[in-house]
Design a protein around this ligand. Structure first.
Ligand code: ADP
Ligand code: MG
Length: 258
């Protein structure tokens, strides 16, 4: 009893909750299997490390603030056959984040841009990277509020702590001059330092409409496209046709395989 209390106190001060929870069970198991002390110690510490990894991953996903749970495994590439699947899979290795490069998903509404951006962000979190999710207008608003409250530096520091910033829905709503300038500032901050993934319904040629300034947009695109993987998503809206199309394709498959 006394040794358990001591062990509990040691585990608490060393912050080893899994060791505390699992040591009894593992000790019994190792005893039954005639495995020595070293094996026991290794097993119990491995469990602690694994639990920590899982917890940290969940924390990173929570802190990123994704609006939904989407995974690559749920993405049906057959619904959008023209997409460059290899490029998508390459992005999901997250190498581009380590190289501080950018990714852009561009296409009409409903083709799965947000789905892939969320899935990519979650994958980065699982790989130990720190991610933050914004909508384009949300980020512009955060900047505006931070300026009002004179805490822009704080916001920028929060951004700089991340490895990847995801910006969803650039182009749906014109940003206005302040919004555009703020986003321009944001992109300058990130340039070659923090990866950015963005989704947009507008090809680059139409970006001046969003930012409202040809020169500013030119400078921004110059930086963004310096090192960027663009995934063009041409297809019909999954929201409108997804279910119907998939059923049709399932019926067609035996012929396709012939
Ligand atoms: P976008 O951001 O391009 O407007 P979304 O990613 O929001 O489109 O997609 C709309 C809905 O359809 C979401 O619920 C998404 O999960 C789903 N969806 C889109 N494309 C696919 C796909 N190829 N496979 C599976 N689900 C998809
Ligand atoms: Mg979207």
């Amino acid at each position: 009893m006394k040794s358990h209390v001591l062990l509990e106190s040691c585990c608490k001060s060393l912050k080893l909750p899994t060791v505390l929870r699992e040591y009894g069970r593992l000790a019994r198991q190792c005893g039954e299997e005639n495995r020595g002390y070293a094996a026991f110690l290794q097993n119990v510490l491995e469990l602690e490390v694994e639990q920590r990894r899982i917890k940290a991953m969940a924390r990173r996903i929570k802190e990123a603030g994704f609006p939904a749970e989407k995974e690559l495994s749920q993405f049906d590439f057959r619904a959008i056959p023209k997409v460059n699947k290899k490029r998508v899979l390459d992005l999901f290795t997250c190498e581009f984040i380590r190289k501080r490069e950018c990714g852009v998903f561009v296409g009409q509404p409903g083709v799965g841009k947000t789905h892939l951006a969320i899935a990519l962000g979650r994958e980065a979190c699982r790989r130990g990277l720190r991610v933050k999710w914004f909508t384009a207008t949300g980020l512009a608003t955060e900047y505006a509020e931070a300026r009002e409250e004179r805490v822009v530096l704080k916001l920028e520091r929060a951004i700089e702590r991340r490895d990847l910033i995801v910006i969803d829905e650039l182009g749906y709503v014109p940003l206005g001059q302040n919004g555009a300038e703020n986003l321009f500032g944001f992109f300058s901050k990130c340039y070659e330092r923090i990866s950015v993934v963005l989704t947009t319904n507008l090809p680059f040629s139409q970006w001046p409409q969003v930012f409202g300034d040809e020169r500013l947009t030119g400078a921004l695109l110059d930086r963004l496209t310096h090192r960027v993987q663009v995934v063009e998503m041409k297809g019909e809206s999954y929201r409108l046709t997804g279910g119907r199309k998939r059923k049709g394709e399932e019926k067609k498959q035996p012929h396709e395989a012939e």
